[in-house]
Design a protein around this ligand. Sequence first.
Ligand SMILES: *Cc1c(COP(=O)(O)O)cnc(C)c1O
Length: 230
Amino acid sequence: MSDIAENLENIRGRIRSAAKRVGRDPHDIKLIAVTKTIEPFRIKEAISCGVTICGENRIQEAKEKIGEIGHSVRWHLIGHLQRNKVKYIFDLFDLIHSVDTLPLAREINKDAQKRKKIMEVLIQTNLSGEESKHGVDAKNTLDLIKEISLLKNISIQGLMTITPFSENPEDSRIYYRQLRDMKEEIKREGIEGVIMKEISMGMSGDFEVAIEEGATLIRVGTAIFGERPN
Ligand SMILES: *Cc1c(COP(=O)(O)O)cnc(C)c1O
């Protein structure tokens, strides 16, 4: 068995165990293979091993790879999106994880309207308050969601967060719990057009903690493909 096949099998086992520990159905957890910097032939190998969603964080890189690999899988944008790049997302991505300002949302909405499309998005929240991280502050998230919900060609599907780097996966737990609580609170608001079914959280180092805390989308790169070149 190849490394990628073996890694995927191992990760799927860990997803099942983590789900079981907290009484969740493992089918409710979708694995996103984070393919940034990974060569297309290795991505294709992962796809042949059952990967159905790939995550990229740069438009230009995604454009080249999706041109070669195509849409037999779903592609998610997990990295920061600049307003001047919005026009490219419609032919590339099924879900944008990184909407964090109203001007960005308005730009997406405007382009979506032109194309007669609805773009599905997650709202990225910055729970740790680290300045280096994108995302709307926790305290402003609900207001932002209310405003974006008025834009007819955007569909909010849930929340996303990135935790501060740590060697210890348990350090992420408070943030993941907070995001899950936030999702439930926002859901209770019953804002028209806001679906709040997805929580994108958890990476190679801490996806089991994320699953225990309610993740529905986990973003895993290194654990599938090995260390990325810097
Ligand atoms: C790179 C990246 C990941 C994957 O990180 P790994 O530690 O390699 O699993 C997940 N989410 C985002 C937003 C990323 O940029």
